[in-house]
Design a protein around this ligand. Structure first.
Ligand SMILES: Nc1ncnc2c1ncn2[C@@H]1O[C@H](COP(=O)(O)OP(=O)(O)O)[C@@H](O)[C@H]1O
Ligand SMILES: [Mg+2]
Length: 371
């Protein structure tokens, strides 16, 4: 009898980060220990339809001529069920169900809304299935750049000035929003509240550009956050992984640095995934040990401030005086083999295959239901 643990890798999804998620799936599939884990590939097409994807197709996902891969629209839809023996995934073939697999643990490799934001975590909770990563509330808070700042500030973490333009407020009183933005120092960064991969973000250097930038962000999310920009600050990142045996419940990695080469540039989508020469990732960052410890401390606090589970990457800015400010937490950070999160762990002594196994083991340890 096959005693392997069956893992459902779930990828694609309805957010603009669909293609990145497919790349992550190919990476994780290449690293997962197939002697311990039996994998089923479950893709979510851009239309929202679910489908079982053969593993050779998952393994073939890659960037071709600057274009990211995607989950093809399904010929046959996948079905999830809760049965007497737990959760199962199957394929609907007309009136019949075929390819029925029991699933021990779900690993959603989804970034952005409808994946990283508590929605799929809610589905897992309802189905009583174990899953990798943060639960419903932490995922939702960590996805929303407004709510995450509220949680950080409440925990006493340093947060930089910002303005929130909800859909209602933007329609009711746009002039008041623009006036409030004018109290910040330029440049400002205008962001979709629940975005990711820098999509929809604009760096704005004076008040004349704010309105158009808010409209551009609203193409991604009706809720927009406008932040005062850091000038000359270093962009540093720290990986966190749950460790129930450790004080504070987590371990932190070494600190890494993102160095964007263009003077007025920022770490945008192009620099993150497409162009090799626009940004460098330094692992570890060339910073003083005290600054590194301060960032690790803040990362652990940020992890617990939103109630994260499993994994998260905490991104901060450090100014020239060594003062640190939290930018954001990502509860499903970039997770391809060359992403910052795995690279930080690699440097800290945990290889990518070990990391994948450890995250799944953490999910299996955790009880289902309220915890
Ligand atoms: N307040 C800020 N000051 C300076 N740069 C910023 C600021 N906010 C964002 N950036 C730049 O924009 C990038 C993307 O912003 P971020 O808030 O991390 O959004 P995302 O969730 O899309 O990654 C950051 O990595 C950084 O390069
Ligand atoms: Mg970011």
């Amino acid at each position: 009898m096959d005693k392997r643990i069956r893992v459902a890798l779930i990828f694609g999804g309805q957010s603009p980060e669909h293609g990145v998620s497919c790349l992550t799936a190919a990476s994780v599939l290449g690293a997962i220990d197939r002697d311990r884990f039996d994998v089923v590939g479950v893709g979510i097409a851009a239309s929202g339809r679910w489908t079982q994807v053969p593993l050779d197709v998952v393994a073939s996902y890659r960037i071709v001529e600057g274009r990211v891969p995607h989950v093809a629209e399904p010929e046959h839809d996948a079905v999830w069920m809760v049965g007497a023996d737990g959760c199962e995934v199957a394929t609907r073939d007309g009136e019949r169900l075929v390819d029925v697999h029991g699933v021990d643990v779900a690993f959603a490799l989804l970034h952005g809304p409808f994946g990283e934001d508590g929605t799929i975590q809610g589905l897992f909770e309802m189905m009583g299935i174990k899953y990798v990563g943060s639960g419903v509330a932490a995922s939702a808070i960590g996805m929303d750049k407004h709510h995450m700042k509220v949680a950080f500030a409440a925990a006493g973490l340093p947060v930089w000035p910002f303005v929130v333009a909800t859909d209602q407020r933007w329609r009711d009183e746009p002039a008041a929003v623009l006036a409030e933005v004018d109290t910040l120092q330029y440049p400002v960064f205008v962001k979709p509240a629940r975005g990711g991969s820098s999509l929809g973000i604009t760096r704005v250097t004076d008040s004349a550009g704010v309105q158009a930038a808010i409209e551009a962000a609203r193409a991604y999310d009706p809720k927009v956050v406008i932040e005062q920009g850091f000038v000359g600050a270093r962009e540093l990142e720290c990986a966190v992984i749950a460790n129930p045996a450790a004080t504070g419940g987590c371990d932190v990695s070494a600190v890494g640095e993102i160095r964007v080469h263009a003077e007025d540039g920022f770490y945008d989508f192009e620099a993150k995934y497409i162009a090799d020469d626009e940004a460098s990732l330094d692992v570890p960052a060339d910073i003083a040990p005290e600054l590194s410890r301060r960032i690790q401390d803040i990362a652990a606090q940020a992890f617990n401030a939103v109630g994260s589970e499993g994994l998260a990457r905490v991104d901060v800015f450090a100014d020239t005086d060594g003062e640190v400010w939290v930018n954001e937490i990502n509860t499903m950070p970039g997770f391809t083999e060359i992403s910052m999160y795995p690279k930080l762990w690699e440097h800290s002594g945990t290889s990518y295959p070990e990391l994948v196994a450890r995250l799944i083991d953490l999910a299996l340890l955790r009880p289902v239901g309220l915890r």
